[in-house]
Ligand binder design. Structure first.
Ligand code: SF4
Ligand code: SF4
Length: 197
């Protein structure tokens, strides 16, 4: 419906000359205004200074927050290097995407051992519940966030997530202050883990 009360404002358009020379003059006037040289000056100044403000990814990466929930990692006990995971299954049960699967078996030492531990990263929503519920600080969200895959269902296997033993021996296993990790003031307590077997 047409609004009969609407007030229309007539716009006065500048009358352009359509003669070729007048058009040429207009283009030159618009193109070579002072602002153009100011902009060019800034560009050349930054080029000479070699100030690179762009992160040169993937060679250079920005630090991520410790609270960032990236790909999971399975950690080892600090004293023995054994796997921290005791196969309690809490992470598997709490997972709302049902993407954690594990197999356990009884070892010769009479303890429960983890045969397989997988996370389907195609389904994981990185909620962090598994890391929060883990009583052994075994599963945490690490700093690895590049988890793109050519396959729709990308599984993280135990070998992919567990700290490699040679990395552990070099003392390079990291405790993350994010999901699944102890609070910053708890460092003293995890110098010696209660289950040091
Ligand atoms: S982060 Fe959430 S969805 Fe992903 S495995 Fe853990 S509990 Fe499941
Ligand atoms: S909650 Fe922790 S200890 Fe229990 S099965 Fe999961 S990772 Fe292992």
């Amino acid at each position: 419906m047409v609004n009969s009360k609407a007030k229309y404002v007539e716009v006065e358009l500048e009358k352009y000359s359509l003669k070729p020379f007048d058009r040429f003059k207009r283009v030159m006037k618009r193109t070579f205004k002072g602002e153009l040289f100011v902009g060019l000056g800034i560009v050349f100044r930054e080029m000479v200074r070699f100030n690179i403000h762009t992160t040169q990814y993937p060679g250079e990466k920005l630090p991520i927050s410790p609270r960032y929930r990236a790909i999971h990692e399975l950690l080892r006990l600090l004293e023995s290097g054994n796997e921290r995971c005791i196969g309690c299954g809490l992470c598997e049960k709490i997972c709302i995407s049902k993407c954690i699967r594990m197999d356990t078996h009884l070892g010769e030492d009479g303890r429960k051992h983890i045969s397989e531990y997988t996370i389907n990263f195609g389904r994981c929503i990185f909620c962090g519940y598994c890391a929060e519920v883990c009583p052994e600080l075994a599963i945490v969200h690490g700093p690895r966030y590049e988890n793109s895959s050519e396959q729709r269902a990308h599984f993280g296997l135990k070998e992919d997530m567990l700290t490699p033993i040679d990395v552990f021996k070099k003392g390079a296993q990291k405790e993350y202050p994010g999901f699944g990790a102890p609070s910053p003031d708890a460092d003293k307590r995890i110098k010696k883990t209660p289950l040091a077997y």
